[in-house]
Design a protein around this ligand. Structure first.
Ligand SMILES: *Cc1c(COP(=O)(O)O)cnc(C)c1O
Length: 407
C-alpha cells in the first residue's frame, strides 16, 4: 500500500488492535491550530494531540530543526552522546531546579524512570524496606505496568494479573489521608508521586495546602517528591513548569507531551544527590536522547521559555474563560469551569452529565477537536500559539455543538 492509495476510517476497525476508538474522520494535515481531514474539511484544534502540540502543527521553528537535523544524524544510541541531547539537557537544568536529565520517548517511560530511581535511591541510602510509593486516587501516570498501577484509576490497571506492590493510594486533596498514610508507613515511604493538576482525571488542581503538605512530609521522612508535569509542563499553565507557581520544589520532575511538541520525547529531571544512584547499567533506553527528537525539543523549548510567550498563554486563558462563561450564560451546560493557562476543564451538568463523548462527537461535526477527561469533563488543551480568531471560531463551534445536544 503506498501513500497515493486512499485509506478509509473503516480500515481501522478491520486491521488495528481495538484499544482505541478514533473519530470518524482522518486528519491529513495541520497548520497552527487548524487540522484538515481527507475531505479537506477544516477543524479548529482545541485538543493539540492531547496537550502535545504546544506550538501547533508544523511550526516553522520545529520544521527547520527537523529538516536540519534530519540531514546530519538521526540516531546513535546511548553508547554515544550527541550535541542536541546535551544542548536540550543544558537548557532544562539551567531553567529548572534540576541538575541532571534522563531522556526517554514518552511520559510513561519518564515516570517509570522516576519511580525506579526513587526506589533505588531509597534502597541504596536507607535499605530495601524503604519502598512504599504514595500516589493519589484519580491520578494518571501512564500505561506501563508500574506507572498504571501507580495511577489512581483501577479501571486501567485491573485484569492484567498480579500488580506491582508497595503502592498506596490516598484521596486527592485530602490532607488527613495523606498524613495518615505517612503515619502508617513512616520512614518506609520512598516517594510521593502527583500531578499539580490532575489532567486525565478531570482537570482537577491540587490545592496549595495539599501540595505543601506533600512537600513537607516527603522532606520530613526523607522521601522523594515526584511531580508528574507531563501534561502541565512546557508552558501549558502559563509557567515553564507549573511547580514554579506553586511554591514547592520537587526532587524529581517528569516531562513529555509538550516537550517534543509532537515528536516523541520524554525527560526525567532530578538533583545531583538523587541521580548518583543511577550508575551505568542500572537503567537505560535505546532511543532516549535521540538527536532528532532532542533537536526538535530544543526548538520547542526556545520558543516557549520566555516571558512574552508565557504571558501569551495567560492572555489566551482569559479569552477562553470569558468565552466559556458567556456560552454558559446563554446555554447552561456545565457546573464548573476550571484549570490554568490552556488546560481547561468544563464539568458537564444537567442532561449532559456523563455525556462527554456525545459532546466531543457533536464538536467534531461542528468542526472542532476537543478532549474528554473522564465521563463528565470536557477538556480543552489547544496549542499554546492559538490565534485569537481561532479561539473565537472554536468557541462558536463549541456552542453550535452544545446547542445540537441541548435542544
Ligand atoms: C499523558 C500523560 C502520561 C503518559 O504519557 P505517555 O506519553 O502517554 O506515556 C503520564 N502522566 C500524565 C500526567 C499525562 O498527562
Amino acid at each position: 500500500m503506498n501513500t497515493t492509495v486512499p485509506v478509509s476510517r473503516a480500515l481501522f476497525d478491520n486491521i488495528m488492535v481495538p484499544c482505541f476508538s478514533p473519530a470518524p474522520f482522518i486528519p491529513v494535515r495541520g497548520r497552527g491550530a487548524c487540522i484538515w481531514d481527507q475531505d479537506d474539511r477544516m477543524y479548529i484544534d482545541f485538543a493539540a494531540g492531547v496537550a502535545v502540540n504546544a506550538l501547533g502543527h508544523c511550526h516553522p521553528a520545529m520544521v527547520a530543526a527537523l529538516e536540519a537535523q534530519s540531514k546530519k544524524l538521526w540516531h546513535v544510541s546511548n553508547w554515544f552522546t550527541n550535541e542536541p541531547a546535551l544542548r536540550l539537557a543544558k537548557r532544562l537544568v539551567e531553567h529548572t531546579f534540576a541538575d541532571r536529565v534522563f531522556f526517554c520517548n514518552s511520559g510513561a517511560e519518564a515516570n517509570e524512570a522516576a519511580l525506579k530511581l526513587a526506589r533505588r535511591y531509597a534502597h541504596d541510602t536507607a535499605g530495601p524496606q524503604k519502598s512504599q510509593v504514595i500516589s493519589l486516587t484519580n491520578s494518571f501516570h501512564g500505561r506501563t505496568f508500574f506507572t498504571v498501577t501507580a495511577g489512581g484509576q483501577p479501571k486501567y490497571s485491573s485484569g492484567f494479573g498480579p500488580v506491582p506492590g508497595g503502592i498506596t493510594h490516598v484521596p486527592y486533596n485530602d490532607e488527613d489521608a495523606l498524613q495518615a498514610a505517612f503515619d502508617e508507613h513512616g520512614d518506609n515511604v520512598c516517594a510521593v508521586i502527583l500531578e499539580t493538576i490532575q489532567g486525565e482525571g478531570g482537570v482537577i488542581p491540587l490545592t496549595e495546602d495539599f501540595l505543601h503538605l506533600a512537600r513537607h512530609l516527603c522532606s520530613w521522612h526523607e522521601a522523594l517528591l515526584i511531580l508528574d508535569e507531563i501534561q502541565t509542563g512546557m508552558g501549558r499553565t502559563g509557567a515553564l513548569f507549573s511547580y514554579m507557581n506553586k511554591g514547592i520544589t520537587p526532587d524529581i520532575l517528569t516531562s513529555a507531551k509538550g516537550l517534543g511538541g509532537g515528536f516523541p520525547l520524554g525527560a526525567m529531571l532530578t538533583t545531583n544527590e538523587v541521580a548518583r544512584v543511577f550508575t551505568p547499567g542500572t537503567h537505560g533506553t535505546t532511543y532516549g536522547g535521540n538527536p532528532l527528537a532532542c533537536a526538535i525539543g530544543e526548538a520547542v523549548f526556545d520558543v516557549i521559555n520566555n516571558r512574552e510567550f508565557l504571558e501569551g498563554v495567560k492572555t489566551r486563558h482569559r479569552l477562553f474563560m470569558a468565552g466559556l462563561n458567556a456560552i454558559q450564560q446563554r446555554r447552561p451546560f456545565c457546573k464548573a469551569i476550571r484549570g490554568e493557562g490552556l488546560l481547561i476543564g468544563c464539568e458537564l451538568d444537567g442532561s449532559l452529565k456523563g455525556r462527554v463523548s456525545d459532546v466531543i462527537a457533536a464538536a467534531g461535526k461542528a468542526g472542532l477537536l476537543a478532549l474528554a477527561a473522564g465521563p463528565d469533563v470536557l477538556r480543552l488543551a489547544p496549542p499554546l500559539i492559538i490565534a485569537e480568531e481561532d479561539i473565537r471560531e472554536g468557541l462558536a463551534r463549541l456552542e453550535t455543538a452544545l446547542t445540537s445536544l441541548l435542544t
